[in-house]
Design a protein around this ligand. Structure first.
Ligand code: AMP
Ligand code: MN
Ligand code: MN
Ligand code: MN
Length: 284
């Protein structure tokens, strides 16, 4: 009944904020955070719809961060979405997506694939949020890949031929902006980064030094052993534990059921107990 990570058409999801909340409600959700990439524009609509279904909607955002040349995602939860410093940071992180798409399209052009820029832009409901997800959809529509996953392994993944490096936010400034807005910073889907154990500890330690206090112990369709591993790591760092489907679309990337995550291991300190208004399972 809890899901603290999902996407709408405001970024690279397939459903409008309203439709996201409706589907979450159908799946039995009681506590939901909409966490579009670098954008909080869907929160007002989601909150309005959530009120119709007895769902508590938490402010959320998934911030793109560049950490030693790699892309890491942070989730911000339970912040004041009107906060200017946070909005200034998000606007800066968003800027450059269109230009980056132009460059990725140019690289595809060199491989003989034309029309990628216009194709991807046409698929983005919110053009400033055009992403690799939209470009993958275009490649799929063109019949150039069998599925989106293959678009990433063949063209769009880190280091692949159409990949363009991008400078997102710094780790410390993203954490600081979430905190300045009264929120909790969370390391998103740690099981999905290709990090050595040493690098992972370093990420956790730097995140903590910057003021980060939580980590996703469950994400999408991760395994029970992932949950147990990250529950232990969270315990070692005294991080609160979050859980999110990373839902983008039915049957899509993330792989989780929108609105309903598996229970966290009992050693976890749930992040929702640390919200400004703590959420309690069973009660409200
Ligand atoms: P961007 O922010 O433009 O770099 O796009 C990143 C987005 O691409 C992520 O938020 C995911 O939604 C999606 N994505 C990343 N890797 C994959 C993958 N292997 N298969 C499908 N979608 C992916
Ligand atoms: Mn995404
Ligand atoms: Mn992510
Ligand atoms: Mn996500």
């Amino acid at each position: 009944m809890i899901d603290l990570h999902c996407h709408s058409t405001v970024s690279d999801g397939a459903l409008s904020p309203r439709e996201v909340v409706r589907l979450a409600a159908r799946n039995g959700c009681r506590l939901l955070a909409l966490t579009d990439h670098d954008h909080t524009g869907g929160l007002a609509e989601a909150r309005e719809e959530a009120a119709q279904h007895g769902i508590r909607l938490i402010s959320g955002v998934e911030i793109s961060v560049t950490w030693y040349g790699r892309t890491i995602h942070l989730v911000g939860l339970d912040f004041d979405a009107e906060n200017e410093a946070l909005q200034t940071l998000l606007a800066r992180v968003r800027s450059g997506r269109v230009e980056r798409m132009r460059q990725m399209a140019q690289r595809l052009e060199k491989k003989g694939i034309g029309g990628a820029f216009d194709g991807a832009m046409a698929l983005a409901v919110n053009p400033e949020m055009v992403s690799r997800t939209h470009l993958a959809e275009f490649l799929l529509q063109q019949g150039l890949v069998r599925n989106k996953q293959q678009a990433f392994t063949k063209y769009l993944g880190e280091g692949k031929c159409a990949y363009v490096r991008h400078q997102w936010a710094d780790l410390a400034e993203a954490v600081a902006a979430v905190r300045a807005a009264g929120g909790i910073a969370v390391i998103a889907h740690p099981m999905r980064y290709d990090l050595s154990a040493t690098a992972r500890r370093r990420l956790f330690a730097e995140f903590q030094a910057a003021g980060g206090t939580a980590v996703e112990v469950h994400s999408g369709s991760c395994s029970l052993s992932d949950r147990l591993n990250y529950a232990l790591l969270a315990q070692q760092f005294d991080f609160a534990a979050s859980a999110g489907s990373d839902f983008h679309r039915e049957g899509g990337y993330g792989g989780g059921v929108l609105g309903a995550c598996p229970e966290l291991p009992p050693i976890c300190q749930p992040v929702w107990a640390r919200f400004r208004e703590p959420f309690r399972l069973g009660g409200s």
